[in-house]
Design a protein around this ligand. Structure first.
Ligand code: ATP
Ligand code: MG
Length: 658
């Protein structure tokens, strides 16, 4: 291609506002029925039998939805099933014994593949081990493990016994572990000696022991030997070696415990970008049906695929779309232990090429890093096996969307921008890849059967083109059932704002702001507490960030409000440049102009601060409240859940210099 044509193509892509799914994808898509939203709307809630039918039930359910005690909705009542049997046994019985279930790539280059047959054996051996340690149905087992195969194995072993798991992200601190174990009254823990990060061994057992000192009562602990050194000196009276246990129970057969559809499958404490962690309770029937159905409809998962969601299983994305959804469908799900830039910045692309990955699902924050690093890394590899791309976690700005579309998808893969939360269990707002037009920056219409609506402060649906609050007006199978041991907080957090309890009308409020587009698509603006009030105008931080990232040379931006004598709040922007770009005054002007052009002078940034990094939570979300503290010259809030706490002081020093 000549340079001129390349520039022309780039310009065309920049201006293009909507994209149709490629014919090659449409032809084979799992969902091709253009009338599916209408049909689900008419048949609601019975439409959800389509999801339940993807599962194998021990006893059939009597009722699809029981709304007798709203908002404590129940789905598939009277039905019973076991999640591990649905993810393993039935596939083995149906001839998929030798198909790879999990393909694991270790950070140091080692690999492990578990076929469905292998995985079932290992899960049974570990389930027998847990039972021997005393685990019974309904006991909460805490799993404090990094991205190693023993994590999904332990999850499925718990599910087999009907013991809910509570996975605590391995990057969390000792205190975070203790808080979550105490909150869940969990007396069993599976952890490991350590794991690798960018080639260095991290000591995880020390952190675990510190955490355990804050937990009441004796905890039976299982320790996985990831580092391969002598474990014995770590093990106290109540600690056991994973390998020894599994060896002792090799060949055990453990009958899957039949669980009521509404029995708890797991607890997941939300990441805590805001306030105290909430123990989100998910159940066996509705959750599994919903994650299987969305994996099939949105991620287009086929049993023959190699599917890769590059999240951590410590987050809901990993639970739903690395473990439960894909395994329920009998596909090959990939797991990667390490970071995307180790040993080099092409690691993910190398893995896609090597494993011939069909579908790749990641987060906008990762895409912005790839963009910052440049196109040379994906260009080193053959990514032509890819059929579909996805994102989740925060709004994706159009420039990053297009970069992903072009440089990873080769303009040949639909992108699904999936809006959902820990609480929703699975995806809620997204295009269906085989039938919907894609609009970069807008998540899309609600999924079939999902009644998501943007409303104003008076609970009225907004007009097309207007912004308001995102709500969900009808229940769905994957929804959280309550906050563990705290029904009151469950109602306060999610069902107070827009419901009318006297009329028994319940509306779910996810605490996100959104805009309703002319065509009915929903553009998510971010959490409602991220909206600024500048001279009486309400501005979404995400909209301004998107304008800044639209300036060429900018890789990432965070926008917060700082107190301002005249305007009330003023726009402070923190900007990360692409590699090779200089933080010049000219660049600063381009950022300011970019915002003025896209939104108007009202949004004109008061300050543009260049920084090499932004403060992020362990799950990769920008911690805006700390940046607000910096902008307002206030005392810094708690930085303990940050991945990179040192950066806040660096930024602070720079702001006071200016
Ligand atoms: P916490 O609730 O603990 O404070 P959190 O809300 O960041 O943390 P998650 O449940 O992992 O924890 O994230 C869900 C939130 O992420 C959504 O409420 C929304 O704000 C944002 N989000 C997720 N996907 C998208 C998307 N595709 N577009 C826009 N925002 C998204
Ligand atoms: Mg949240």
């Amino acid at each position: 291609m000549s340079d001129d044509t390349a520039v022309e193509l780039e310009a065309r892509l920049e201006e293009q506002e909507s994209f149709e799914p490629p014919a090659s994808f449409v032809e084979q898509a799992n969902v091709a029925d253009e009338g599916i939203r209408e049909r689900f709307g008419e048949e609601w809630p019975e439409c959800w039998t389509e999801a339940a039918d993807l599962l194998t039930w021990d006893d059939p359910y009597d009722e699809v939805l029981d709304d007798g005690d709203a908002p404590h909705y129940e789905w598939f009542t009277g039905g019973s099933l076991n999640a591990s049997a649905n993810c393993l046994d039935r596939h083995v019985a149906n001839g998929a014994k030798n198909r790879a279930a999990i393909k694991w790539e270790g950070e140091l280059g080692e690999t492990r593949t578990y076929t469905y047959g292998d995985l079932l054996n290992e899960v049974e051996a570990f389930a027998a081990s847990l039972r021997a340690l005393g685990v019974e149905e309904d006991d909460v087992v805490t799993l404090y493990l990094p991205m190693i195969p023993e994590l999904p194995i332990a999850m499925l072993a718990c599910a087999r016994l009907g013991a809910p798991h509570s996975v605590v992200f391995a990057g969390f601190s000792a205190d975070a572990l203790a808080t979550r174990m105490n909150s869940a009254e969990s007396e069993y823990l599976v952890t490991c000696d350590g794991y690798y990060r960018r080639g260095d061994a991290l000591n995880h057992k020390e952190k675990t022991d510190k955490g355990l000192r804050g937990v009441e009562g004796d905890v039976e602990t299982v320790v996985v030997d990831r580092l391969g050194d002598e474990l014995t000196h770590f093990l106290g009276k109540h600690a056991h070696d994973y390998d020894e246990l599994v060896e002792a129970h090799e060949g055990a057969s453990v009958e899957p415990v039949s669980r009521d559809a509404e029995d708890m499958l797991f607890l997941m404490y939300t990441s805590g970008t805001t306030g105290e962690p909430k123990g989100v309770k998910h159940t066996t029937g509705g959750y599994l049906a919903y994650t299987a159905w969305t994996s099939r409809a949105v991620l287009d998962v086929e049993p023959e695929d190699t599917y890769w969601c590059a999240a951590d299983i410590g987050w809901i994305t990993g639970h739903s779309y690395i473990v439960y959804g894909p395994l329920a469908l009998g596909t090959t799900t990939m797991m990667y232990e390490g970071t995307p830039d180790y040993p080099e910045r092409d690691r993910l692309w190398k893995l896609i090429e090597k494993n011939r990955v069909d579908t790749f699902y990641t987060a906008p924050t990762a895409i912005r890093s790839f963009m910052k690093w440049g196109t040379e890394y994906p260009e080193r590899h053959d990514l032509s096996s890819l059929r579909l791309l996805g994102t989740v976690g925060e709004p994706i700005n159009p420039r990053a969307w297009k970069w992903y579309y072009k440089h990873i998808g080769g303009e040949n893969c639909p992108i699904v921008d999936t809006w959902w939360q820990t609480e929703t269990g699975g995806m809620m707002v997204t295009t269906l890849p085989g039938i919907d037009t894609m609009k970069p920056g807008s998540a899309g219409p609600p999924l079939p059967g999902v009644d998501a609506q943007v409303v104003d402060a008076d609970e009225e649906p907004v007009e097309a083109g207007e912004a308001g609050y995102l709500t969900v007006q009808k229940p769905w199978p994957g929804m959280l059932r309550t906050l563990y041991n705290n029904d009151e907080r469950f109602i306060d957090e999610y069902w107070r704002e827009y419901s009318d309890p006297d009329a028994d009308e319940w509306v779910y409020f996810p605490e996100d702001g959104a805009k309703l587009d002319e065509d009915g698509y929903i553009t998510v603006l971010g959490r409602v507490d991220d909206v600024l009030n500048v001279s009486g105008h309400r501005l979404g931080t995400m909209e301004i960030e998107s304008a800044i990232v639209g300036v060429s040379g900018v890789a990432e931006a965070a926008v917060v409000g700082g107190t301002h004598e005249v305007k009330g709040e003023a726009v402070y922007t923190y900007v990360i440049l692409e590699d090779g770009q200089e933080p010049t005054d000219e660049m600063r002007e381009r950022v300011v102009d970019g915002v003025e052009d896209a939104i108007g002078p009202i949004a004109r940034p008061e300050e543009v601060i260049f920084t090499p990094e932004l403060p992020k939570t362990r799950s990769g979300k920008i911690m805006r409240r700390l940046l607000e503290d910096v902008a307002s010259g206030a005392e810094l809030g708690d930085t303990s859940t940050l991945r990179n706490p040192e950066i806040v002081e660096e930024i602070q020093a720079q702001v006071s210099e200016d």
